[in-house]
Write a protein that binds this ligand. Structure first.
Ligand SMILES: *Cc1c(COP(=O)(O)O)cnc(C)c1O
Length: 361
């Protein structure tokens, strides 16, 4: 038996005709970088999200970096980030020459909003909440804190396409949002891709300029930017997949509900979804003191699992110079030794979910 952690081929087979036709069209028109498909996808995604402006780019990390540049973050500045995320969230701050300031997580695995204010200094410019695993961070109090201290809020939505708070999609609540379309994300391209979304026309214009070598028009370079354009093939694939995303999200949620029923008696902590929030289950993460043993047993019977993530960000080697105080990140430290991501993707078969659950109880 072999149950994969994620199987992108099953997804492709569901929509093969649409995808093949879309890709063939890009090749026929030689629309490889930028162009019609990218403009169309920006339009489609903005409409789906309910955002005024969407700017496509090369990957999710670039989208965070370019937004930070657009917000004017640079050396001497501090930006608040959660202690648990993919490295990009903190890395984008550090590579701007600014300092990531880490805040512990709570039992939803997102930033603990009660610990943010203690970390604000005169150098703080903004906050990057991450909707980790597909669970929305608690945005209303974050927006209130940001308003009080005149900070920007950049939502890292890389794992949370379609997640909501009180019926409002994440990515439309903060001042701007970054999205990744890495193949394994809930909405994934056939390679690296990403975008920003914002209601701020000035921020959108700056990012668009930065992403295309600082050119508001051809051969006029107002600033030094970079190359972070989206490829036509990715845009074409993303527009096709976007039409199916809501259905796939509901399928993920159904599978998560099945797991919660099947694992009710299991000796492990299941994901929590606060009542006002819609979790889109990019990952299904359980917690157990016996994590390593459980993982080994699943692996023996052919079930693939993963750990997101094994090390809290402040304890990574690259942040050694910030002299992190371990006691400030106690939840992140405790949880990273206990968390286990078990397979969840729209095409996971209920029969496979049963087998996985039986191994866990
Ligand atoms: C995937 C991811 C990113 C980065 O996206 P890439 O497209 O891989 O550059 C940023 N933040 C989080 C939380 C992610 O999961």
């Amino acid at each position: 038996m072999n149950i994969p952690f994620v199987d992108l081929n099953r997804q492709y087979l569901r929509i093969k005709e649409e995808i093949d036709e879309a890709i063939a069209g890009v090749i026929r028109d030689s629309a490889y970088v930028g162009g019609d498909r990218v403009m169309q996808f920006e339009h489609d995604f903005a409409e789906w999200l309910g955002a005024q402006h969407v700017v496509a780019c090369a990957n999710g990390t670039d989208s965070i970096e370019m937004l930070l540049d657009a917000f004017g973050v640079g050396p001497g500045d501090e930006v608040i980030v959660p202690a648990l995320s993919w490295i990009s969230t903190a890395e984008a701050v550090g590579t701007r020459g600014a300092t990531p300031v880490f805040v512990d997580i709570d039992d939803t695995y997102c930033i603990d909003v009660t610990k943010i204010e203690a970390k604000i200094t005169p150098r703080t410019k903004g906050i990057i909440p991450v909707h980790l695993y597909g669970c929305p961070a608690d945005m209303p109090p974050i927006m209130a804190i940001a308003k009080q201290h005149s900070l920007f809020v950049l939502e890292d939505c890389a794992q949370a396409h379609g997640a909501m708070i009180n019926g409002q999609k994440v990515g439309t609540i903060g001042h701007a949002a970054s999205f990744s379309f890495y193949p394994g994300k809930n909405l994934g391209a056939y390679g690296d891709a990403g975008c920003i979304a914002t209601k701020d026309g000035d921020i959108a214009m700056k990012v668009r300029m930065i992403a295309n070598h600082g050119q508001p028009q051809k051969h006029k370079h107002l600033i030094e930017g970079r190359n972070s354009r989206m490829d036509g093939i990715h845009a074409a694939v993303l527009s096709v997949k976007l039409r199916h995303l809501d259905k796939w999200t509901e399928e993920r949620i159904s599978l998560a509900n099945l797991y919660c029923i099947a694992l009710k008696e299991a000796d492990m902590i299941l994901p929590k979804t606060p009542a006002d929030k819609k979790h889109v289950f990019h990952l299904f993460v359980v917690r157990s003191q016996r994590r390593d043993e459980i993982r080994k047993n699943l692996s023996k019977v052919g079930i693939s699992t993963a750990i997101h993530y094994p090390t809290p960000l402040p304890l990574m080697d690259c942040y050694h110079h910030l002299e992190p105080r371990r006691e400030e990140f106690q939840n992140a430290i405790d949880y990273t030794s206990q968390i286990l991501s078990i397979p969840i993707f729209a095409e996971l078969r209920p029969s496979e979910l049963d087998i996985i659950s039986q191994q866990l109880i």
